[in-house]
Design a protein around this ligand. Structure first.
Ligand SMILES: Cc1cc2nc3c(=O)[nH]c(=O)nc-3n(C[C@H](O)[C@H](O)[C@H](O)COP(=O)(O)O)c2cc1C
Length: 220
């Protein structure tokens, strides 16, 4: 797969087989992804890979907290509102997602089930959790974003599916306990990773993008 093809055919997957991703494959994935650029090559990223009993511990705890309506206290607070353009993009994406898998907007129960499956790694046994030292600032968040994008692309190139998930870091104390990390480590994002159910409609969504003319202004 060439790079343009890899970028344009990657999509978030939300239905995985309950199979762990082998350790050596995760090692290779992170080794390649770590070639991301960062401020002065500071490399602020750290990754906790959860599988087996650790995954079970995390899933059990965060799924229960989500079912109980606990909104959590993410290390990096979730946005409370969006500017108009982003708000419209989010609305259209959500509408399209549910319509294309045959779920009506009024089917609260099914939507809740899909929302809650976030906390079960969408059925996978493996998830990666990206964190960094809490004293680092937003430039390091940017660096970690580049690293995370590499993970998503390299995973796709390896034939693995992935879904970047803010929801997976909603309860960071559970993660710190699972990974035996102290409070100086702050969680940025979780990534469910694994072998996808290829025929599953939710895995075959293609999200739309804005027109290039709405993104780019060319100045001569
Ligand atoms: C920072 C970030 C947080 C996200 N959080 C979630 C999440 O919690 N749950 C989820 O299902 N998808 C999540 N996504 C995936 C986005 O919904 C997805 O990337 C977007 O709709 C575009 O679709 P695509 O990845 O298939 O191209 C997240 C993506 C990013 C980059």
């Amino acid at each position: 797969m060439n790079l343009a093809e890899c970028i344009s055919t990657r999509s978030s997957k939300r239905d995985f087989k309950n199979i762990p991703v082998p350790k050596d494959l995760i090692f290779k994935l992170i080794e390649i992804s770590s070639h991301a650029p960062s401020w002065a090559n500071s490399q602020p990223w750290k990754v906790a890979a959860a599988t087996g009993r650790t995954s079970e511990f995390i899933k059990e705890n965060i799924y229960k907290m989500a079912c109980d309506g606990n909104m959590g206290t993410p290390d990096f607070p979730f946005p409370e509102s969006w500017p108009k353009e982003q708000s419209e993009n989010i609305f259209k994406t959500g509408k399209n997602r549910y319509e294309s898998i045959g779920i009506s907007r009024s089917d609260e129960e099914k939507r809740r089930e899909i929302m809650l499956s976030n906390y079960l790694f969408f059925g996978s046994q493996t998830a990666l959790f990206v964190y960094m030292d809490g004293t680092l600032g937003h430039w390091s968040v940017l660096d970690c974003g580049m690293f995370i994008q590499n993970i998503l692309l390299v995973a796709h190139d390896m034939g693995l599916g992935a879904c970047p998930q803010a929801y997976l870091v909603r309860y960071p104390d559970v993660l710190r306990e699972a990974f035996n990390l102290d409070n100086s480590n702050k969680f940025l994002l979780g990534i469910s990773l694994g072998y996808v159910e290829k025929e599953s409609p939710i895995n075959n969504l293609k999200t739309a993008r804005m027109k290039v003319d709405d993104i780019l202004k060319y100045y001569e």
